[in-house]
Structure formats: structure tokens, C-alpha cells
Design a protein around this ligand. Structure first.
Ligand SMILES: Nc1ncnc2c1ncn2[C@@H]1O[C@H](COP(=O)(O)OP(=O)(O)OP(=O)(O)O)[C@@H](O)[C@H]1O
Ligand SMILES: [Mg+2]
Length: 257
């Protein structure tokens, strides 16, 4: 197992945002994480990444216990992520955004960047990453000039710059057009061919079903189902969590946004 969660809990006071989740992720696998709003998906991401220390339980990555380590250490060990609300460095250029995780520019300490001006080889590496996510034409724009879909791609390039073994994407398709979603699906399929392991939080069940080998469903912080996409889509507990008891008959595919 590349990633293993054992009884992971994250409570905010009395609120059990993540409440005892066990899950595992094999190398090369794409795991979907779905569940209604407030189910605890982002909190679980943040707990894996080290933003939060779990209230209880342990997290192992590549055989090493990572729960309790700070986010920078977890990132350095090979877990890259994107954010539900895009967090690109808006005033920097697209190229500079990718140089930051390479350790060549410093976002909050411009003076430190003076010590090390990125060389041609380094800029070239960043350019190749940007090309890989379809932003080759945009390297000189500031990130603020990018569309939402492009900002999401930039976040992926920035995460890839750390050469992660595991990439975690938090609702990468939220707010995108159908066409942009199709392009995103194609990008993830390319990354999968390079055997990059991924966790994808996704509300669009059709997208999750197309991309994920396995899906874990959270509701009120607990794992209520786990299985292949086709099993999940007809699981009564999942349908109930999304729709409420009285609407169990409605097909889940059409109802999950
Ligand atoms: N820092 C925090 N402090 C207190 N409560 C929080 C905090 N972060 C999240 N919560 C609460 O924890 C619960 C889970 O939130 P979380 O954002 O993890 O859900 P989610 O599954 O990602 O939902 P969405 O689909 O809306 O993104 C919610 O009730 C939320 O209000
Ligand atoms: Mg969320």
C-alpha cells in the first residue's frame, strides 16, 4: 500500500468532521473520494497533507508514519495536492508559479530569490511541465489572467514540480464547462499512464466513474461505502446519503451533481 489510513479522526470541538476512516491506496491506483457537502472530504485531505494533526488514528505513506508531520515534510516525501479553492500565486507569472515549488523562487521572501536566479535548464524543466498540462502558450501571463480551468491546470503543474508519488486533487472540475471537464479527464488519463497514483475528490459521479479504479464514499465523516464505481452507483447507502430516505428510488447517476 502506498497510502494507508487507520482509524483516522479529525474533530473540531464537538464536530466529527472525519470520524474513524480506514482506507488504503495501492501504487498506480486512482481512488475517488465522494460524499455530500460537509462529508469531511477536504478535511481528510488536509489531515493526510499534514495541515491538521489527526485527533486519533494513523496515516502511513510508503511505509512511513506521516501523521503529525508538518505539511512541508509531507510534501517533500511525495504527496502533492491541489486546493478546492484555487491557490495559485496570482501576481506571479505562470512560469514563476512552477519555479516556486522547485525551490527557485520564494513567494513571500522576494529577497531570497536574488541569491538564486533560475538558470535556463531550470526554466526549461518548468516549461516542460507547463506543456504537459496544456499551458505552454501561457507561460508569460500572470496567473490572475488565467481562466479557472487554466488555474486548476497550473496548480497541477505546481504539484507535479515536486515529483510526487501521490497527487491529490480537491474537486478539480467544480465550476468547469463540459468541454473543460472533458479536457481535464484526458489530462488525468495521461498522468495515469505515467503510473502516477491519485486521490480525486469529485462531485460529478460520471467523472469519478470514468477515472477512478475504486471509490470511497464519506458521509458525516464516516466511510459508508467503498468499491468499484459501478458498485458504488447502485449502493443503497450511497443513494440514501445523497438523496435522503424518501427519494431512494431516483437514479443516483442523474442526481449527484
Ligand atoms: N477548520 C474548521 N473548523 C471547524 N469546522 C470545520 C473546519 N473545516 C471544516 N469544518 C467542518 O467540517 C465538516 C466537513 O467539512 P469539509 O470541508 O471537510 O467537507 P467536504 O466534504 O469537503 O465538503 P464540500 O463538498 O462542501 O467541499 C463541515 O461540517 C465543516 O463545516
Ligand atoms: Mg471540500
Amino acid at each position: 500500500m502506498l497510502l494507508e489510513l487507520r482509524g483516522v479522526k479529525k474533530h473540531f470541538g464537538g464536530l466529527k468532521a472525519v470520524d474513524g476512516v480506514d482506507a488504503g491506496l495501492a501504487e498506480g491506483e486512482i481512488l475517488g473520494l465522494v460524499g455530500p457537502n460537509g462529508a469531511g472530504k477536504t478535511t481528510l485531505f488536509n489531515t493526510i497533507c499534514g495541515v491538521y494533526r489527526p485527533t486519533a488514528g494513523e496515516i502511513y505513506f510508503a511505509g512511513r508514519k506521516i501523521s503529525g508531520l508538518p505539511p512541508s515534510t509531507v510534501a517533500g516525501l511525495g504527496i502533492g495536492r491541489t486546493f478546492q479553492i484555487s491557490r495559485v500565486f496570482k501576481q506571479m507569472t505562470v512560469l514563476e508559479n512552477v519555479l516556486v515549488p522547485q525551490g527557485l523562487l520564494f513567494y513571500n521572501q522576494p529577497w531570497r530569490s536574488l541569491w538564486h536566479r533560475p538558470g535556463l535548464a531550470e526554466a526549461e524543466k518548468a516549461r516542460r511541465l507547463l506543456q504537459r498540462v496544456g499551458l505552454a502558450e501561457k507561460v508569460g501571463l500572470t496567473a490572475a489572467q488565467l481562466s479557472l480551468a487554466e488555474q486548476r491546470r497550473l496548480e497541477i503543474a505546481r504539484a507535479l514540480a515536486l515529483k510526487p508519488k501521490l497527487l491529490m486533487l480537491d474537486e478539480p472540475c467544480a465550476g468547469l464547462s463540459q468541454e473543460e471537464i472533458r479536457a481535464f479527464v484526458a489530462l488525468v488519463k495521461e498522468l495515469r499512464q505515467e503510473r502516477l497514483t491519485m486521490v480525486l475528490i469529485e462531485h460529478n459521479m460520471a467523472v469519478a466513474a470514468e477515472l477512478c479504479d475504486r471509490i470511497v464514499v464519506l458521509s458525516y465523516g464516516k466511510k459508508i461505502a467503498e468499491g468499484r464505481p459501478e458498485e458504488i452507483q447502485r449502493d443503497p447507502a450511497v443513494i440514501q446519503a445523497y438523496l435522503g430516505e424518501e427519494e431512494v428510488e431516483r437514479p443516483v447517476r442523474a442526481s449527484i451533481r
